[in-house]
Design a protein around this ligand. Sequence first.
Ligand code: PLP
Length: 459
Amino acid sequence: MKLPYVEPYKTKMVEPVYKSTEGQREKWITESGYNLFNLKAEQVTIDLLTDSGTGAMSDRQWAALMTGDESYAGASSYYNLKNVISEITGFSWFLPVHQGRAAENVLFSVLVKEGDLVPGNSHFDTTKGHIEFRKAVPVDCTVDIASDTTLNAPFKGNVDLEKLERVLKDNPSEKIACIIVTITNNTSGGQPVSMENIRSTGALAQKYGVKFFLDSARFAENAWFIKTREAGYADKDIREIVREMFSYCDGMTMSSKKDAIVNMGGFIGFRDEETFRRASAFNIIYEGFITYGGMSGRDMNALAQGLYEGTEYEFLSSRIGQVARLGSLMKEYGIPVLQPFGGHAIFIDAQKFLPHIPLEEFPAQTLAVEIYIEGGIRSSEIGTLMADRDPVTRQNRYTGRELVRLAIPRRVYSDNHMDYVAAAVKNVFDRKDSVRHGFRIIHEAPILRHFTIGLERIV
Ligand SMILES: *Cc1c(COP(=O)(O)O)cnc(C)c1O
């Protein structure tokens, strides 16, 4: 008999899972303005809002905290992290920052000016926010198949190279701030980008003389998909693949809260000293001195250890395997889930799930609220609320994407927790016709509105 996979870790410390009744949850979600971000953690049973900063650190990481060096400048923890980043990514210049969006803020302060274009695959919401805040324009050059939620293709996160080349050809290179490719492509459903696609994007960037950065929050998961799906990589080590991915670009932004399995932190990696120097000035203004940039010494130490653990094949297999297990269960129940399954999350197609709810009533948000009421499961809307309004026309942007994301924290929940999640979603699926209406907006912020939006039920 083939032995089943087992998690390459065991539990040393536990925390409670909060139970509640459906009646309590109805009350809490109403008080929250039907915004899942407004719920208290104790009002949530299984929290799949995000896999960002919600992972469980290892005993080695907790031990690394104890040896953190809190010197203001030149801390040993900084040099420890610098060495690990250089070993794993190949970038010898780096700036620590407090999280991924801070990396974007510092880097874009150097690269992005009003009127610029920033082509790439679907930009992450904070990336889009930082670009639009500077009155520049993110240009989505993702392959068209990404929007087909049932097509089973290995690299649906890829850049459409023809679309990208058209942008580069039709515009002077001074107008292209940089190319940003997100690995894995979160917005299109945690779908990976192939090595071939990263290589070709790098070649186009060189041809047109523009900089190319990888938004790398889930770079290790992307490497795992390359190893398991792309010809020629099956026998390569994850870290070898990671080094090759980064060899084609000029730098990276990193939210360490994802694949580096820490609760807070980030960094920017640079190939050239010149961009590093220019970014350093902004790092000092926004984040802190260049050898800590918003992170404690102990946190830099834990991050360095997390970069090793996050790039282990065994760990990645068990993590991505757990996500796929949840996806398979839901598929078995007939629930319309995006395929192939993403690395960090399962995405439900809300338009297929609730076809009778019009886009103007936000079907993905409607479904997310129902899943919460059913099982106390907190998910997130990746749809019209998150897509924001068009910055010029101020109309809602209907992108065709109406997804509910169930993001799985790293090393936190058991497979049994996943069974509970699948069962709750199935119960909502069985009673979907009783969900008659969605929501209308009562207040919203001008940018990144989904975090703070207030809604009311349409009756
Ligand atoms: C999470 C994330 C970010 C932003 O990082 P924060 O640490 O949340 O600020 C940027 N890009 C991608 C792809 C991400 O997943």
